[in-house]
Design a protein around this ligand. Structure first.
Ligand code: HEC
Length: 318
């Protein structure tokens, strides 16, 4: 026996039911220079209240792991409510990089559909928190470069906000704040020097109600793609003429944006479906047009081919 290391294998559901899963010692690989340095890399599920898998390096001496040689290279935070998909395969490439596969930590059970479940408290069934989230280590093949001193040789970027206008210690409801984003990364440079390209930086801010649970917040955090998609959409709307017929919070010629959002909030495919409909044209969903509005006349003239709307002649049909 090389060593005895306690590991976690239990999952505890919200209702207290416990199951045993594929956690434990999930990966093992020897250093490419094992003959000289005797290093072994273990990936295992740490025991304790903090749900995480750790990538750890130990030295093997006289067929035993030297316990105080332990170096933690990487922490991968997980949920331990619902089994599974843990990953743990490891291999070194020729350049001395260690490739680690991590599972999506998402339950494939309980539903015949994809594991994309956005309902409250369903994060363990929603792979958008992990494999679908570039800001999360789960559901990936991670490439790191283990250094001799036991670090992973790659430091995370430091992201900071500078509040330019507005109150700093707390925010007032519905008062805009102006901010600048600063990103510096040991390996990749910074936004300030232009080494990091602004278009590749997406930030999102979560509103945390009192007494929040940071893990719950992190697990329900939308993926960077979702946030970037929203910002892109907002910009496109700003560049088009949608605003001449749509206000944010009330009906004008067309329905208010908030009402549209409310109507389709439970329809996951609505974004793509409506995008196609805006291009193709449609009508009759939101009731009769307001005959007193000059924009209604404009809408009819676009439809009759006398005028062109910037968002395409066919928008007129709506
Ligand atoms: C000339 C006026 C006009 C313009 C410009 C316009 N819309 Fe509309 N839009 C309407 C009307 C009227 C409706 C309601 C149609 C209905 O009842 O089905 C509508 C409906 C919608 C809907 C809801 C569709 C549904 O089926 O519920 C969306 C989403 C939408 N518009 C988005 C946009 C976007 C995005 C743009 C800019 C690219 C845009 N609209 C430009 C008049 C307009």
């Amino acid at each position: 026996m090389l060593a005895t290391i306690p590991v976690s294998i239990k999952y505890t559901a919200k209702d207290g039911r416990q199951t045993e899963a594929e956690d434990g010692l999930i990966g093992l690989v020897a250093d490419p220079n094992f003959n000289q340095n005797h290093w072994l890399y273990l990936y295992y599920s740490l025991v304790g209240d903090e749900a995480k898998n750790v990538l750890v390096r130990y030295e093997l001496r006289s067929d035993e792991l030297v316990m105080d040689s332990k170096k933690v290279l990487l922490d991968v935070a997980t949920q331990r409510e619902q089994c599974c998909h843990t990953g743990g395969g490891m291999a070194f490439d020729k350049a001395g990089n260690l490739l680690l596969s991590t599972g999506d930590n998402t339950s494939p059970r309980d539903t015949p559909f994809n594991p994309i479940d956005e309902r409250p408290e369903r994060a363990p069934w929603d792979a958008q928190k992990s494999s679908g989230n570039t800001n999360d280590l789960r559901g990936k093949i991670i490439r790191i470069h283990p250094e001799a001193d036991g670090t992973a040789g790659n430091e995370p970027p430091v992201v900071a906000f500078d509040i330019l206008k507005g109150n700093k210690p707390f925010f007032f409801r519905e008062k805009p704040i102006e901010y600048a984003v600063k990103v510096t990364d040991k390996e990749d440079g910074s936004l300030a020097t232009g080494k990091i390209i602004p278009a590749q930086v997406a930030v999102s801010i979560d509103y945390l109600p009192e007494g929040f649970d940071p893990i719950e917040v992190a697990q329900n955090h939308p993926g960077t793609e979702t946030v970037a998609r929203f910002a892109t959409g907002q910009r496109l709307i700003g560049l088009s003429d949608c605003k001449s017929c749509h206000l944010v919070d009330k009906k004008s010629v067309g329905p208010g944006c908030t009402d549209v959002a409310k109507k389709y909030k439970d329809e996951a495919a609505a974004v793509d479906r409506l995008a196609k409909k805006i291009i193709a044209g449609g009508g009759g969903v939101w009731g009769a047009l307001d005959e007193r509005s000059p924009a209604t006349d404009q809408l009819r003239r676009i439809r009759d081919g006398q005028l062109y709307s910037e968002s395409g002649r066919k928008t007129a049909g709506r």
